[in-house]
Design a protein around this ligand. Structure first.
Ligand SMILES: [Zn+2]
Length: 318
């Protein structure tokens, strides 16, 4: 079974810990991706801001940090051309696959780095960025983060956020609503003319966390033609969970199928952006997850969740 995982923060970890992509002590490396038949990985350049940045000793402004991690990304990909190549389009992914190479899709987590300058979005596109998570856990020029406070959660996109959504549609960059407020989410649904994704989020009906999506939001993602990438972080899977269990991931898949059918679910592990443990520890844990998915679902459904839905979105958006 091929795998397309829509979110990991491995590049920031490589940058901070001076690790390499090919083989490392992190959740994701190219060797484990190969062992598990990865077709493509969405590699996020996660740009922590505020307290999160302070905690890990980052003093750089987001755009400056982006440029540094982007340089690392380019070097790493150059050094590993024998196994993985960048993909800027659906056709690139398919061509790489035919040539027995994995694909890397570059993404950004937190549109803060635009600093309200729409031209910077064009620059990012030219550098190969093909998805952007509009916000992280802080307010930025685009909008507001998800929140347990219902008033804060209801806040919509700012005017620059609407401009960003429209420009991302024009350029062919996937809009990612994970981390976004509920009000912002519905604004994306209103203004985006293309499918959009929640690259690493779960179902709120099963786990009442503001980072998760209500059934109404799930239906809205499906109506757009987009997908929700299931996050493997235990606190998004089950309240009071102390580690990640495969049965919880499968429960979220089953619930999402009951609400949206099986064409709008994908994988969005959040590897290297969260702590997991128990049954899911790193990329190699996909082996067990896939085995159990094959027991729970038809082959057709497993294929859709594991890579076909993500491929469709790449085809429609890029
Ligand atoms: Zn995230």
């Amino acid at each position: 079974m091929h795998i397309i995982d829509m979110h990991c923060d491995t590049l920031l970890e490589c940058y901070l810990k001076k690790e390499h992509l090919r083989e490392n002590s992190l959740h994701v490396d190219l060797q484990s991706m190969e062992r598990n038949h990865a077709m493509a990985q969405f590699f996020a350049i996660f740009l922590p801001a505020g307290n999160a940045a302070q905690e890990i000793g980052i003093k750089k402004e987001p755009y400056e940090l982006f440029l540094e991690i982007f340089a690392l990304y380019q070097t790493e990909l150059q050094q590993n051309q024998d196994v993985i190549l960048p993909a800027l389009s659906y056709e690139n992914v398919m061509e790489n696959h035919r040539n027995h190479k994995m694909s890397s899709i570059l993404t950004i987590e937190d549109g803060q780095l635009l600093e309200g300058d729409i031209q910077r979005l064009d620059l990012l596109y030219e550098k190969g960025v093909r998805l952007m998570t509009l916000t992280w856990n802080n307010e930025n020029q685009i909008g507001f983060p998800s929140s347990a406070d219902q008033t804060a959660h209801g806040k919509g996109l700012k005017p620059f956020g609407i401009e960003t959504v429209e420009r991302m549609n024009q350029l062919g960059m996937i809009i990612d609503v994970s981390h976004l407020s509920e009000g912002g989410f519905y604004d994306v649904a209103r203004y985006s003319e293309k499918p959009f994704v929640a690259s690493h989020s779960c179902a709120r009906e099963l786990c009442d966390h503001p980072r998760n999506l209500t059934d109404q939001q799930l239906k809205c993602v499906a109506r757009s033609g987009g997908a929700v990438g299931i996050n493997f972080y235990a606190p998004f899977l089950r309240e009071q969970a102390s580690g990640t269990l495969v049965k919880d991931i499968i429960a979220h898949m089953k619930h999402m199928i009951s609400i949206m059918g099986d064409e709008h679910i994908a994988l969005g592990s959040d590897f290297d952006g969260m702590s997991c443990g128990m049954e899911i520890e790193r990329y190699d844990s996909y082996r067990e997850l896939l085995l159990r998915m094959e027991q729970a679902f038809s082959t057709e459904t497993v294929e859709r969740i594991c890579y076909k839905n993500a491929l469709r979105i790449l085809k429609e958006c890029l």
